[in-house]
Design a protein around this ligand. Structure first.
Ligand SMILES: CC(C)(COP(=O)(O)OP(=O)(O)OC[C@H]1O[C@@H](n2cnc3c(N)ncnc32)[C@H](O)[C@@H]1OP(=O)(O)O)[C@@H](O)C(=O)NCCC(=O)NCCS
Length: 186
């Protein structure tokens, strides 16, 4: 991909994440409640949030990942991030990940965005399968995945070592052949 692919849903734009989004990225990545089920270091400094943005930009430039910033259509402020990481071109597979700022939780933001993102993955990134790896206690994420046709593939015991602890993870996936393309006029 050369130009960054902007995606539009009823209420939201999904766009490139820029250095100027650093305050919102810091707000999310420094919140222990939001990071509870994301086994990555919590940001303590704004510079770390900026480094995170640069990692996301590099991932896109090198075709390793693509991450979108989520905004309401009438605002520029970032309210969340969603994207494909660990893209395996040889297997036509990628892993989806997302985080939404706390004030926006339980307003159906992800419910609105996930399907268009899945459509983009299957139709434009040419994926055959999309994976999601979640903490077994992350009810919000599990409910979201199940509501969008993801199937549980397995529960891996203590397969992730983070911050001095071994953590379980549950793997979900959805196949292109499971996806209903009709609402997208394909
Ligand atoms: C996971 C997350 C993105 C969900 O986003 P959201 O926009 O609040 O979710 P939605 O409002 O679209 O709800 C989607 C479904 O999950 C359910 N849900 C949302 N939050 C929930 C919670 N805390 N507990 C249980 N169910 C929850 C909703 O009821 C809804 O189900 P329904 O369609 O059957 O009503 C959000 O909670 C988040 O950012 N969490 C922190 C980061 C994180 O854990 N990311 C995932 C790592 S795998």
């Amino acid at each position: 991909m050369r130009a960054f692919p902007v995606i539009e849903t009823e209420r939201f734009y999904l766009r490139e994440i820029k250095d100027t989004d650093v305050d919102e990225v810091f707000e999310m990545r420094s919140n222990p409640e939001l990071m509870r089920f994301i086994p990555r270091p919590i940001c303590k400094l704004k510079e770390e949030a900026l480094m995170h943005i640069h990692r996301l930009q590099k991932g896109f430039n090198e075709n390793d990942s693509v991450n979108w910033g989520i905004t309401y259509k009438n605002e520029t402020k970032l309210i969340g991030i969603i994207g494909y990481v660990r893209m395996q071109q040889e297997n036509y597979r990628a892993e989806i990940g997302y985080i939404l700022n706390k004030p926006e939780h339980k307003k159906g933001v992800m419910r609105e965005i996930l399907k268009p993102l899945m459509h983009f993955g299957f139709a434009h990134l040419n994926l055959n399968s999309i994976a999601a790896v979640v903490d077994p206690a992350n009810q919000a994420s599990i409910k979201l995945l199940q509501a969008n046709g993801f199937t549980k593939e397995g529960h891996f015991r203590e397969d992730c070592y983070f911050d001095g602890q071994f953590l379980d993870s549950v793997h979900y996936s959805v196949l292109k052949s499971d996806f209903d393309f009709k609402p997208f006029n394909i």
